[in-house]
Design a protein around this ligand. Sequence first.
Ligand SMILES: [Zn+2]
Length: 260
Amino acid sequence: MQFIDTHTHLYLEDFDTDRNEMIKRAVARGINRFLLPNIDQSSVDPMLGLCKAYPDYCFPMLGLHPTSVKDDWQMQLDHFEKLLQESPTTFVAIGEIGLDFYWDKSFSTQQIKALRIQFDWAKKLQLPVAIHTRDAFPEMLAEIKEAQDGNLKGVLHCFTGSLEEAQKAIDLGFYLGIGGVLTYKKSDLPEIVKQVPPERLILETDAPFLPPVPYRGKRNESAFLFETAVKLAATLEMDLDTLAEITTKNAIELFNLPQS
Ligand SMILES: [Zn+2]
Protein backbone atom coordinates (compact mmCIF):
# COMPACT_ATOMS: atom_id res chain seq x y z
CA MET A 1 0.00 0.00 0.00
CA GLN A 2 1.40 3.39 -0.93
CA PHE A 3 0.31 6.99 -0.57
CA ILE A 4 1.45 10.32 -1.98
CA ASP A 5 1.45 13.38 0.28
CA THR A 6 0.48 15.91 -2.39
CA HIS A 7 1.06 19.02 -0.26
CA THR A 8 3.73 19.11 2.42
CA HIS A 9 6.30 21.71 3.44
CA LEU A 10 9.04 19.34 4.62
CA TYR A 11 11.78 21.88 3.86
CA LEU A 12 10.62 24.31 6.57
CA GLU A 13 12.78 24.82 9.64
CA ASP A 14 10.14 23.08 11.78
CA PHE A 15 11.80 19.86 10.59
CA ASP A 16 15.45 20.92 10.89
CA THR A 17 16.12 18.76 13.96
CA ASP A 18 14.65 15.45 12.72
CA ARG A 19 13.96 15.72 8.98
CA ASN A 20 15.53 12.38 8.00
CA GLU A 21 13.79 10.45 10.79
CA MET A 22 10.53 12.18 9.99
CA ILE A 23 10.77 11.11 6.34
CA LYS A 24 11.59 7.56 7.45
CA ARG A 25 8.50 7.48 9.68
CA ALA A 26 6.34 8.42 6.71
CA VAL A 27 7.97 5.90 4.38
CA ALA A 28 7.47 3.17 7.01
CA ARG A 29 3.70 3.84 6.79
CA GLY A 30 3.67 3.69 2.97
CA ILE A 31 3.73 7.43 2.40
CA ASN A 32 6.66 7.52 0.07
CA ARG A 33 6.28 10.49 -2.22
CA PHE A 34 6.12 14.10 -1.11
CA LEU A 35 5.06 17.02 -3.29
CA LEU A 36 6.54 20.24 -1.97
CA PRO A 37 4.67 23.51 -2.59
CA ASN A 38 6.84 26.60 -2.62
CA ILE A 39 6.00 29.72 -0.57
CA ASP A 40 8.23 32.56 -1.79
CA GLN A 41 11.73 33.32 -3.02
CA SER A 42 13.34 32.44 0.32
CA SER A 43 11.94 28.90 0.38
CA VAL A 44 13.19 27.86 -3.07
CA ASP A 45 16.74 26.89 -2.04
CA PRO A 46 15.78 24.79 1.01
CA MET A 47 13.07 23.10 -1.07
CA LEU A 48 15.38 22.27 -3.99
CA GLY A 49 18.07 21.14 -1.54
CA LEU A 50 15.68 18.61 -0.03
CA CYS A 51 14.66 17.37 -3.49
CA LYS A 52 18.32 16.88 -4.35
CA ALA A 53 18.83 14.82 -1.18
CA TYR A 54 15.71 12.69 -1.84
CA PRO A 55 15.29 12.64 -5.62
CA ASP A 56 12.94 9.60 -5.69
CA TYR A 57 10.79 10.91 -2.85
CA CYS A 58 10.52 14.68 -3.07
CA PHE A 59 9.11 16.70 -5.98
CA PRO A 60 9.12 20.52 -5.98
CA MET A 61 6.51 23.02 -7.14
CA LEU A 62 7.17 26.67 -7.92
CA GLY A 63 4.89 29.60 -7.17
CA LEU A 64 4.25 32.59 -4.94
CA HIS A 65 1.93 31.97 -1.98
CA PRO A 66 -0.86 34.59 -1.73
CA THR A 67 0.15 35.66 1.79
CA SER A 68 3.63 36.41 0.38
CA VAL A 69 2.23 38.77 -2.26
CA LYS A 70 3.61 42.08 -0.97
CA ASP A 71 5.23 45.15 -2.55
CA ASP A 72 7.94 43.04 -4.23
CA TRP A 73 5.55 40.50 -5.81
CA GLN A 74 6.49 41.37 -9.39
CA MET A 75 10.19 40.96 -8.68
CA GLN A 76 9.55 37.58 -7.11
CA LEU A 77 7.48 36.46 -10.09
CA ASP A 78 10.18 37.61 -12.52
CA HIS A 79 12.68 35.50 -10.61
CA PHE A 80 10.39 32.45 -10.71
CA GLU A 81 9.68 32.90 -14.39
CA LYS A 82 13.39 32.84 -15.08
CA LEU A 83 13.77 29.65 -13.01
CA LEU A 84 10.95 28.01 -14.97
CA GLN A 85 12.57 28.98 -18.24
CA GLU A 86 15.96 27.67 -17.14
CA SER A 87 14.68 24.33 -15.89
CA PRO A 88 11.16 23.67 -17.13
CA THR A 89 11.14 19.98 -16.14
CA THR A 90 12.24 20.47 -12.52
CA PHE A 91 8.83 21.37 -11.14
CA VAL A 92 5.69 19.20 -10.96
CA ALA A 93 3.28 22.10 -10.48
CA ILE A 94 2.83 25.83 -10.14
CA GLY A 95 2.16 26.25 -6.43
CA GLU A 96 1.22 27.15 -4.09
CA ILE A 97 -0.68 30.08 -5.50
CA GLY A 98 -4.08 31.52 -4.70
CA LEU A 99 -6.11 34.07 -2.83
CA ASP A 100 -6.08 34.67 0.91
CA PHE A 101 -8.32 37.48 2.15
CA TYR A 102 -8.28 36.21 5.73
CA TRP A 103 -4.90 37.44 6.92
CA ASP A 104 -4.58 40.63 4.94
CA LYS A 105 -6.84 42.21 2.33
CA SER A 106 -4.60 45.16 1.50
CA PHE A 107 -2.87 43.29 -1.34
CA SER A 108 -5.99 41.65 -2.77
CA THR A 109 -5.65 43.35 -6.18
CA GLN A 110 -2.01 42.26 -6.40
CA GLN A 111 -2.98 38.75 -5.31
CA ILE A 112 -5.41 38.53 -8.20
CA LYS A 113 -2.82 39.85 -10.67
CA ALA A 114 -0.19 37.38 -9.41
CA LEU A 115 -2.69 34.53 -9.64
CA ARG A 116 -3.56 35.31 -13.26
CA ILE A 117 0.10 35.48 -14.27
CA GLN A 118 0.80 32.14 -12.61
CA PHE A 119 -2.28 30.53 -14.22
CA ASP A 120 -0.82 31.60 -17.58
CA TRP A 121 2.52 29.95 -16.77
CA ALA A 122 0.77 26.73 -15.78
CA LYS A 123 -1.23 26.60 -18.99
CA LYS A 124 1.76 27.42 -21.16
CA LEU A 125 3.97 24.82 -19.44
CA GLN A 126 1.09 22.32 -19.13
CA LEU A 127 1.63 22.04 -15.39
CA PRO A 128 -1.11 21.67 -12.77
CA VAL A 129 -1.68 24.38 -10.17
CA ALA A 130 -1.85 23.88 -6.38
CA ILE A 131 -4.30 26.43 -5.07
CA HIS A 132 -4.60 27.96 -1.61
CA THR A 133 -7.92 29.70 -0.90
CA ARG A 134 -8.97 31.33 2.32
CA ASP A 135 -12.01 33.59 2.67
CA ALA A 136 -12.04 33.87 -1.11
CA PHE A 137 -13.92 30.91 -2.58
CA PRO A 138 -16.34 32.82 -4.84
CA GLU A 139 -13.49 34.97 -6.17
CA MET A 140 -11.29 31.92 -6.75
CA LEU A 141 -13.96 29.97 -8.61
CA ALA A 142 -14.58 33.01 -10.81
CA GLU A 143 -10.84 33.26 -11.58
CA ILE A 144 -10.62 29.56 -12.45
CA LYS A 145 -13.68 29.81 -14.66
CA GLU A 146 -12.22 32.82 -16.46
CA ALA A 147 -8.83 31.12 -16.96
CA GLN A 148 -10.22 27.71 -17.92
CA ASP A 149 -9.74 27.24 -21.66
CA GLY A 150 -9.30 23.48 -21.48
CA ASN A 151 -5.63 23.73 -20.47
CA LEU A 152 -5.91 24.51 -16.77
CA LYS A 153 -5.85 21.68 -14.24
CA GLY A 154 -5.07 21.52 -10.57
CA VAL A 155 -6.12 21.01 -6.99
CA LEU A 156 -7.85 23.11 -4.39
CA HIS A 157 -5.45 22.20 -1.64
CA CYS A 158 -6.85 21.64 1.87
CA PHE A 159 -10.38 21.97 0.55
CA THR A 160 -12.76 23.51 3.11
CA GLY A 161 -15.51 24.92 0.91
CA SER A 162 -19.16 23.92 0.60
CA LEU A 163 -20.61 21.04 -1.41
CA GLU A 164 -21.72 23.49 -4.09
CA GLU A 165 -18.18 24.91 -4.30
CA ALA A 166 -16.73 21.40 -4.46
CA GLN A 167 -19.01 20.53 -7.35
CA LYS A 168 -18.19 23.74 -9.19
CA ALA A 169 -14.46 23.10 -8.81
CA ILE A 170 -14.85 19.54 -10.08
CA ASP A 171 -16.93 20.72 -13.03
CA LEU A 172 -14.07 23.12 -13.85
CA GLY A 173 -11.69 20.14 -14.01
CA PHE A 174 -10.19 20.42 -10.54
CA TYR A 175 -9.33 17.97 -7.78
CA LEU A 176 -9.92 18.41 -4.06
CA GLY A 177 -6.96 18.06 -1.67
CA ILE A 178 -8.12 16.29 1.48
CA GLY A 179 -6.12 16.86 4.65
CA GLY A 180 -6.39 16.67 8.43
CA VAL A 181 -9.50 18.87 8.51
CA LEU A 182 -11.45 15.75 7.47
CA THR A 183 -10.85 14.29 10.94
CA TYR A 184 -12.07 17.35 12.86
CA LYS A 185 -15.31 16.89 14.76
CA LYS A 186 -17.04 19.98 13.43
CA SER A 187 -15.92 19.55 9.82
CA ASP A 188 -18.51 19.37 7.00
CA LEU A 189 -15.92 17.70 4.81
CA PRO A 190 -17.01 14.07 5.49
CA GLU A 191 -20.51 14.85 4.16
CA ILE A 192 -19.01 16.59 1.12
CA VAL A 193 -16.51 13.88 0.11
CA LYS A 194 -19.32 11.29 0.09
CA GLN A 195 -21.03 13.25 -2.65
CA VAL A 196 -18.15 13.79 -5.07
CA PRO A 197 -16.42 11.23 -7.32
CA PRO A 198 -13.46 9.57 -5.49
CA GLU A 199 -11.53 9.99 -8.76
CA ARG A 200 -11.24 13.68 -7.88
CA LEU A 201 -9.80 13.28 -4.38
CA ILE A 202 -6.13 13.41 -3.44
CA LEU A 203 -4.54 13.23 -0.02
CA GLU A 204 -2.28 15.77 1.65
CA THR A 205 -1.02 16.85 5.08
CA ASP A 206 0.01 20.52 4.60
CA ALA A 207 2.68 19.68 7.20
CA PRO A 208 3.75 21.23 9.52
CA PHE A 209 0.26 22.78 9.67
CA LEU A 210 -3.24 21.35 10.25
CA PRO A 211 -2.49 18.01 11.94
CA PRO A 212 -5.28 15.39 11.95
CA VAL A 213 -6.85 13.98 15.09
CA PRO A 214 -5.25 12.77 17.41
CA TYR A 215 -2.28 15.09 16.79
CA ARG A 216 -4.08 18.45 16.99
CA GLY A 217 -1.93 21.14 18.57
CA LYS A 218 1.25 19.30 17.57
CA ARG A 219 3.51 19.71 14.57
CA ASN A 220 2.02 17.90 11.59
CA GLU A 221 4.24 15.56 9.56
CA SER A 222 3.78 13.43 6.45
CA ALA A 223 3.43 10.17 8.44
CA PHE A 224 0.13 11.55 9.75
CA LEU A 225 -1.36 11.33 6.26
CA PHE A 226 -2.26 7.81 7.35
CA GLU A 227 -4.87 9.04 9.89
CA THR A 228 -6.57 11.13 7.21
CA ALA A 229 -6.50 8.18 4.79
CA VAL A 230 -8.10 5.87 7.37
CA LYS A 231 -10.82 8.44 8.02
CA LEU A 232 -11.45 8.97 4.31
CA ALA A 233 -11.69 5.22 3.67
CA ALA A 234 -14.20 4.85 6.53
CA THR A 235 -16.22 7.83 5.31
CA LEU A 236 -16.40 6.44 1.78
CA GLU A 237 -17.00 2.90 3.09
CA MET A 238 -14.03 1.67 1.15
CA ASP A 239 -11.16 -0.52 2.29
CA LEU A 240 -7.88 1.27 2.84
CA ASP A 241 -6.10 -0.60 0.03
CA THR A 242 -8.66 0.58 -2.49
CA LEU A 243 -8.49 4.14 -1.20
CA ALA A 244 -4.68 4.10 -1.42
CA GLU A 245 -4.87 2.80 -4.97
CA ILE A 246 -7.42 5.39 -6.13
CA THR A 247 -5.87 8.45 -4.47
CA THR A 248 -2.35 7.48 -5.59
CA LYS A 249 -3.54 7.01 -9.15
CA ASN A 250 -5.29 10.39 -9.03
CA ALA A 251 -2.12 12.13 -7.81
CA ILE A 252 0.04 10.42 -10.44
CA GLU A 253 -2.35 11.55 -13.16
CA LEU A 254 -2.71 15.12 -11.97
CA PHE A 255 0.98 15.75 -11.32
CA ASN A 256 2.27 13.52 -14.12
CA LEU A 257 4.49 11.54 -11.73
CA PRO A 258 6.39 8.35 -12.53
CA GLN A 259 4.21 5.26 -11.91
CA SER A 260 6.06 4.16 -8.75
ZN1 LIG B 1 0.72 24.82 2.01
